[in-house]
Write a protein that binds this ligand. Sequence first.
Ligand code: TYD
Length: 409
Amino acid sequence: MSYIHKKQCRICKGTELTQVLSLGDHPPVDNFLSNIQIKDENRYPLNLYFCAGCSLVQLLDVVDEEELFHGEYAYFSSASKPLVDHFHSYAEDLKNDNMQEGDLIVDIGSNDGVLLQFFTGTHRVLGVEPSSNVADLAREKGIDTVDGFFTTKMAEDIVAKHGKAKVVTANNVFAHIDNIDEIVRAVKILLADDGVFVTESHYLLDLVSKREFDTVYHEHLCYYSVKPLMHFFQRFDMEIADVRRVSTHGGSIRVYARFATSEPIPESVQELLVLEEKEGLHILSGFSSFQTDVDTIREKLVGLVRGFRAEGKLVTAYGAPAKGNTLLNFCGFTPDDILYITDTTPYKIGLLTPGSHIPVVSPDILQSETPDYILLLAWNYRDFIIEKEKALRERGAKFIIPIPTVEII
Ligand code: TYD
């Protein structure tokens, strides 16, 4: 077992931290297993806390990052076509608004090069990625990638070799790092004076309002809203220059940060601050029904799936995303409930889901077999998948949608 329980807020260092959601003990969600690895599985507490000092919602139980990210990592950004499309348009935004040809862009947590691939040929690119199996895929695409975690030392080395970066990005990773102070110190070393640090992270407003509890897992340490982020960047003489809501992962925010200026707080930032306040995200009482709402989703899902199984129906699941494992383990599902899960990621096929031990198989099986009910774990791609699986539905399969409200379509 390797985890610590923190007693201080990551952003303001406050100690008035109150639990707002408890999901029980879970194994790390990306640790897909072979049959022989089942016996070595560790489980760690998965609880969300609210900080009275700066309103940051966060995990305080921190699993050793070597156990979460190092070596083989199961998450390949390019496995989902809508996500690739998203990064394509994100790249176009950066090129149009923030960069000129030849500028250097560095992506922290560059995964398989899903963002940087759109800059090769026109810009200088560098990825930083601690998981060597996904970094290798980026290198195959011609993307220079440094192995390892991003630190001040690494930033100095990059500047010495490549010069300063016009854009530094950290997507779906800025919320995954325990020591975010170190990341920003390193970003400040790497960033050109007129450069911009751009992050995308799941947005707390979407998480709470749509009860996306399954997006809570050990890799995700912070659940950002704009208020604590403003506080955070101020501490480092930086500021938020712009913020945009984007649809990825059930609702995210793209935050553009730069060195502090004397300009007033941008309208986009003010608008989200007002909205967050209205939705109760800045006070503890705003989270008072969160646990009950999430427990209700569990009750409904368990009732449906076990009810169908009692009738002898074939129930499977679609997509084995990280968040699917939070949902499966929170519901206590086993292979008796869900016979198998189809997923397009070659790495996951042939393995078992962590905790629930459900086999992941190739989607090809759905050409010849028609499950009665398919639990859509990759619910964030609902429209895309429902359209893609038209024929399957015409053959009689029904999808169980778990989030934001349980429904069958
Ligand atoms: P995703 O929602 O991107 O992520 P997270 O792991 O952060 O929760 O993961 C989607 C998963 O669903 C990924 O393993 C690929 C799989 N998938 C399919 O199997 N079929 C599909 O059509 C799509 C869009 C995704």
